[in-house]
Each structure stands twice: as C-alpha cells, then as structure tokens.
Design a protein around this ligand. Sequence first.
Ligand code: OXD
Ligand code: MN
Length: 614
Amino acid sequence: MNINELKHAGLKKWTEEWAALMQPDSVEICDGTREEYDRMIKILVDGGLGTPLNPEKKPGCYLFRSDPSDVARAESRTFIASKEKIEAGPNNNWTDPVELKKTMTELYRGCMKGRTMYVIPFSMGPVGSDIAKIGMEITDSPYVVVNMHIMTRVGKEVLKVLGADGFFVPCIHSIAKPLAKGESDNGKWPCEPDVQKKYISHFPDTYEIWSYGSGYGGNALLGKKCLALRIASVLARDEGWLAEHMLILKITNPEGKVKYITGALPSACGKTNLAMLVPTLPGWKVETIGDDIAWMKFGKDGRLYAINPEAGFFGVAPGTSTQSNFNAMESIKKNTIFTNCGLTEDNDIWWEEIGYGAPGETIIDWKGNKRPAPKTDKKPADEPIAHANARFTAPARQCPVIAPEWEDPKGVPISAFLFGGRRAATIPLVNQSKSWVHGVFMGSITGSEITAAALDLAAGTVRRDPFAMLPFCGYNMGDYFNHWIKLGQKSEAEGRGGELPKIFFINWFRKNKDGKFMWPGYSENSRVLAWIFDRCDGKDNCVQTAIGNLPKPGAIEPPQGVSAETMNELCSVDIDGWKKEIADVRKDYYPQYGDRLPKVLYDELDAIEKRLNG
Ligand code: OXD
Ligand code: MN
C-alpha cells in the first residue's frame, strides 16, 4: 500500500512528516499479508542477514545474528520523558521531553536514506476488541516488520477499525544506519553500535514512543514492552484498567471446572514455562492464553477480563528444552524466527540446555564463529554458543496447548493473580493475601535474588521488582501502587469486592542448607495451582498466619522426592526471616517512593510486623 491509500487524515499527515524528516528512498504501508512477510524475508536473506534453516527440520524458519552491541533491552538508554521528573518516579530514567525530542529529531534527520520506510498498522489484542489498542510503527527494518507480523496483528483490518479518525499510539523506530548509493547491509546487522547513542524513549503525556539505534527485541518491536507495558500502563492509569507484565493461563480441574489465572514474575523466573505447564496432577489441564503481558478491564458483572495483547511468543531460547517446556519446543518447530542461537552443521538451531549435544563436528556460534560442536547441552568452557538472551519469535497459534478462546475479544474472567520471584529463603511456596490491599503490598515487595556472578551484587541480594514491572512501568511506581489500591477500593465500594481476583504469592525457588532446591518446580507446580484453584472456590484448605493464608498441612500432596518435613518447611512462616524482610522494606526499599507511596502500604507493613511480634 502507499500513503495515498490511507483514509485517516491524521495518519497520512504524520507519515508524510516523518518521511520528510527521515528521507527514505520509498514509503510502504504494511498490509500484513503472507506475500509481504515472504518479500521481507527475501530482502533479509538476500542482504545476508537471515539464514534459512533446514526445511526438513525447521520449515519456514530463519536464523539471524545481531550486532554484539545489540543483544538485549537497553535499560540504561530507556527513558520516560514526562513533563515533570517526579511523574517518572525513582523507577525510571527521566529526561526532559523537549530536550529529548530536539536531540532525537536531529538524529532522525536523514536516518533512512537509501532504505524503505515501512509503516506498520498493528493491533495489540484481537482486532476490534474493546480492550485492544491500535499502534502505528514507522521503521526502516524489514526484520522488525516480520517480527511484528508474528507478535501482533498487522494490516488492513487494523486500518479498517482505525477508521478516518481513530486513536493510535505513534511509534517511531529507526536502526540508525542510512545506506549510501550502492551500499548494502552485506551480512552486517545494521544498528548504532555505540550503546550511548541508542534511545528508547517514551513520552507518557502524549502517549508516544521514539526509538533509535537498536534493531533488537523490546527496543525495536515497539508493540511489546514500549506500547503494551510502558505506554499502556499510563493509558490504564488514565482510563481505569490494568496493563501488566503477566502470563495468562487457563486451568481445568478433574471435574471439568475452568478458571483463568494471571501471574507476574520477573524475567528469568519461568513465566513462559508456567503458562505452558504440563501438569503432573492426574486429571488437571493447563492451557495458554498468553506468556508475557495481560491487559484487564472490568466487565459489567464486576469481574476483571483479560486479553493477551500479543499474537506470538518472544521467548528466551537457552534453557528451553522438551524437559523444561515441551509446549514451547513444539511451538517453534516451524514459521519461527530465531535470533542469536547456534547454527548446527545440518542447518538447525542449538543452544545451551536444549536437552542434547550438537550434531556433527562443528557449530557456528551467535557471533558467526566456527567452533567445535558441544557433545552435551552444557555451556562450553569458554564462551556460550548461543547468546544468553537468544530468542525465538513464534506464532502463539502454533502452541499445542493454546486455549481455543485465546483470541476472544471479550477476554477471559480472572480468578487469581500470582506474584512471585526467585527467593532462596523466607518466602513460602504459596501464600494467599488476607485482603486486596495486603495483596498489593505483596506485589509491591516482589523481588528476586541474584547471584554475585550475574549482576555484580552480593550473593543473596534481593532486587525488588514490584509486580515484575520495574523496567516496564511508564510512570511513578508509587502512583502505580495507588492505582491498584484504588481499583480494589472502587470495586469494594460498588459491592463487587467478592468478584476481585484473589491474590497469591508464589516461590518455586526455596533452597535448603546445602544450597539445593527444595521444590522440583516445572510440572509439579500444578500442585500449587490446584491449591490456588480450590482456594478461589473457598475450599477450607488453608491456615491463617501472620503473613497470609498458607496451605493446611496435607492440603498439597508432596511430589516424589519431597518429604513431609520439607513440605512443612516450604509452607510455614519463617518468623526471623520475615522480620528481616519487613525491616528491609521499611528501611531500604519503601523510602525511595517518598510521599508517592500510598499510606495504606505502610499500614500493611505495620500490621504484619505487629502480627509477627505478637
Ligand atoms: C521479556 C522480559 O523479554 O521480560 O519478556 O525481559
Ligand atoms: Mn517479559
């Protein structure tokens, strides 16, 4: 499609203005068709950026290798440019929006010379759903176009819903690598290699996104973290709904009763695995609605309804195996884009902990170097073969356990929220909040322990990642807590409090004195989900404690290899540990939010402390 076919005057003017600034050779409006996808892939393969994989093993799949400067979300270069600094809060990098726009406008001038400017009309959520939003991404990267085809709904249907004057979130993206006459990418991933010159900017007051210099993942596929979390969290605050970093799963009990549960876990805590879990508990079934993001609005019945705004999975490859996530492995067998994985001699992908050694004698690592093929799936002694943040982009419909209603425009009614992190001590296996505000308190103190090796912090240090939204909340986190509290209070004031999802805190990662995991995790987590399911039905399966409602002894049958004693420890209150936790929150965590922290959260802190001392 070309610009003149656009019916939305504002969109047409916006496109023309950006094209005038960026000076591409041509402008193309994306139509979302298979023909367009194939044409973009051909450009990428011809340019030496994409490698077609073995059609017998991975039909319709391609491997890409990015620049070593461009392998993950650039958090230090991610900005929330609200008018006032306080509106961005201590959780964000703030910069003045006027200055930032001035700087970036100059960077954008002529940045698309020698390239095509693509305009991608996309819907986050089923096209036309009341919960969905439309975005428009301008980009000069065909890699972004094909990834957006998988991760969102792209094309003419979206323009139809947008109509002549509908609202869209404007998303500007450039890889910052204009081409001189006769120049081509020639196998080199185009981007701005100096990290300090990359920008992932958000303007919450005007709901705009401007990204420059990176072609990778969340920096470049602007529908995902930028729109569906950072800008959507602001829209949700302004419009009275929730945009969350949450998986959505459907669980069916042996009697055929269904519930929907969402879960917020920080990165690297197994959200995708939980969303696609294969239960060990006989008769129980888990199906997937989404693995990363949930948008939720209240229905007329007072219940919260969730949609998955995405259409694909952008999953971390290393560590994914048939053992850790059978359904993810099934989902990526065809029509999948792999980035920064190893390439085997038989033109298949490979990564650390894929479950098997690499075939043949040699393998090409993510940097393009030929190396000896690892005989096991463990990381070689020197450098990893796949980058630790290597990814697969796969259509969600290819997941064998995708729930049939995953694209229902009404969304699915949520019964429970899970919060959790990676905590070696103190935090029990599962704990139900005593009230909505207590649940918000739990979400606010969510944290994950990090090893010294990983982040240069003392081992055992807890990095608080409230609601798993630390890198993704587009405004002051104190106000975000308040938004959650207000939604609960409104629902209670309307007599609908009983319809609110119940809130649970989970922790699969407790370790014993020998540093061994006490809980096997993965499929055995179905036992915890079953307990939660029954709690939502009001089953008498808990004991009330100082920190919340814990499973009654025997309410969760221990899996093989877990003794009754261990189970007891996993489900009891570690009084001393909790006193330390509370002291840490009071002294080192909550004060950063100043007077933006809702007072009721301090009241919760006082109440728990009193109960622990009582
Ligand atoms: C992701 C993340 O990529 O949370 O989903 O980092
Ligand atoms: Mn995520």
